[in-house]
Ligand binder design. Sequence first.
Ligand SMILES: Nc1ncnc2c1ncn2[C@@H]1O[C@H](COP(=O)(O)OP(=O)(O)OP(=O)(O)O)[C@@H](O)[C@H]1O
Ligand SMILES: [Mg+2]
Length: 391
Amino acid sequence: MVATRISGNLLHYDFSLLPQYLEVLFAKLRIAVVFGGSGDRESSVIYKTHNPRSWKSYEVVAREIAKALEEIGFKQVFVMPDDMNLPEQLQRENIHLVWLNTGGVQGYNPVCHTPALLEMLGMPYVGHNPLNSSTLDNKHAFKRELQSVGIKTAPFMIWHPSQGILRPNLHERFAIAFDEYQGPFIVKPVSGRASLHVHFVDKIEGLSQAVSEVHRATHNTALIEKYLPGREFCVAVCGYVTYAKCGFSKNPKPFAFSTVERVLESDELIFTSMDKKAITADRGKLMGAEEPQLKQELIDLARKIYWEFSLNSLVRIDVRSDANGELYVLEANPKPDLKRPTENVTSLVALGLAEYEMSYNDLIFSLLADRLDYLLTQHIGIIPHIAALLH
Ligand SMILES: Nc1ncnc2c1ncn2[C@@H]1O[C@H](COP(=O)(O)OP(=O)(O)OP(=O)(O)O)[C@@H](O)[C@H]1O
Ligand SMILES: [Mg+2]
């Protein structure tokens, strides 16, 4: 049936063909789910160096994604780390497509290393391109871009270790960012995860020490921003193709879902690291019909970010409100946790799938199908090895 669509070597594609192409790919497409390699493993790197971002392998979740792909019907799924052996491994296993579930191994801007490597190798992937990976994982770079497209984010400044000790009262930059504002502040790494090294600083006098602590822990730039005292939310957003109720649809807008309030305890100023406290039902509350306007505002915000940054893979956007309830974007996570939900523990992304009658596997299938649809629509000429499978 597919062959009838082919003239010469040209493969025709439109969205209506996606299900039948996937039927063919189930058996043939060799997918590698890639997790974060450890610089401690022998022969993983040439020289072990420093990672400014707290390292995590994400292997458990990579295996959950791989299992979902198998349950969906893909017969050839592999799981491997992204250390220096990755190109050889991909070639040896004759991989056609990579699913990135990694924050990188080490070094600066580690989140962009593997997509950059895959770009060099000519390997298509599910994940963000190197520029978006880096922009999203560097909170200050992301915030600057947010400002340029008129999306609200807390006023901020950055301080790099080479700039010495921060003396807020002496620096013009501080006055430009904060004017007369005296605190409280948040000081955090520009590239971080799981609320690690995030400091609440009540008064200007405490800033210098908090910045030095971030420098010591990360050897990287510290971000100083106004503390937002309001409620905290997150919302996930991915591409235009979704799989739900046993069928695909291609929507005119990105799919924004799982609008969740991150519930803080009364004395909890910042959301406790999920490394310390798992995301349970009482920590992440799915927004229902009680506040339809607020929910829609979060969905619109997520879609706007997806569009403005030309994203083409999943992000989870973290948002906090000020004392007046106005929403400010904290960050967008380029590799949000995609843990398969269990009875007690879930992920912020998977929490709201039931609202769309979607399962975890449906989300995984949506992310893969969206990327294949994008590649086949926009880039068919540069994925000849996948097009060849469809002949
Ligand atoms: N400007 C701010 N005002 C109030 N709280 C903040 C601010 N910035 C960060 N926080 C708190 O610190 C937490 C972690 O911050 P952020 O989301 O920026 O970093 P992260 O460590 O990358 O988080 P994640 O766990 O989402 O990966 C937030 O969930 C929020 O509770
Ligand atoms: Mg966050």
